[in-house]
Ligand binder design. Sequence first.
Ligand code: B1M
Length: 209
Amino acid sequence: MANLNALTEFIKSGNRSKATKLTQEALDAGEVPQGILDAMVVGMDVVGERFKCNEIFVPEMLIAARAMKEAMAILEPALVKTGYKPIATAVIGTVQGDLHDIGKNLVSMMWKGASFNVVDLGVNVPAEKFVAAIKEHNATLVGLSALLTTTMPAMQTVMDAIRAEDFVGVKVLIGGAPITQNYADQIGADAFAADAASAVDAARKLLAN
Ligand code: B1M
């Protein structure tokens, strides 16, 4: 019987060699893939909470997310075989004109860590590319990131393009250093998140409604 509590700890501390080794051992020992995933997600949830409380910072979060990503790569084929379905598919990108991607990448990694299927469109993404990706991947969650005051209006353009499509059940979450709840309300986004950990809570809440 593999020690899944230890796996949670290795994710929390970002120990990718031990996290990947233990994931493989757990699979070899016949652990249920969903149980292994749950142990990892608990670890990332703790990382998110610590980040929100300023107990850890971006580097530690990136290290934990990398451990999660590598352990997930080992687990994924077994999960797929069991018919595992991610919570939802999310499309994420930094809006047109903006090349900042560190915060967006963190959100993307945290969403993956929380069992979302994430399609990352990268940076400088035009509105039509978001719309096409929502259609192609049947996404129900869209994440928009902007770091420049000059690229904030591009979020409005994406919102307009998405609303023009009459998608059913597609929720849009926005964030980035200059973004506020007021701005989210102004452009009709469904939610705003101040950081990557809050983006997980906000996404779960949006999709539960
Ligand atoms: Co630029 N840049 N930059 N930059 N850059 C800022 C943003 C700036 C505040 C620096 C400054 O002047 N003090 C300023 C913007 C001023 C403004 O608009 N008010 C600025 C500028 C002006 C520029 C250029 C115009 C500079 C120039 O060329 N003259 C240029 C623009 C290029 C472009 O995008 N078209 C530019 C370029 C660059 C680099 C390429 C050199 C580099 C980006 C590298 C990269 O991202 N791969 C860069 C960097 C690194 C920064 C700073 C220093 C750091 C940004 C960062 O990565 N922070 C930044 C100053 C600063 O913020 N201290 C600055 C760490 C990251 C984890 O935080 O991205 O805020 P952040 O993400 C947070 C939250 O915002 C939130 O979660 C994360 C935390 O968990 N979040 C979301 C982010 N996206 C979210 C999405 C969500 C939810 C939450 O839901 C979907």
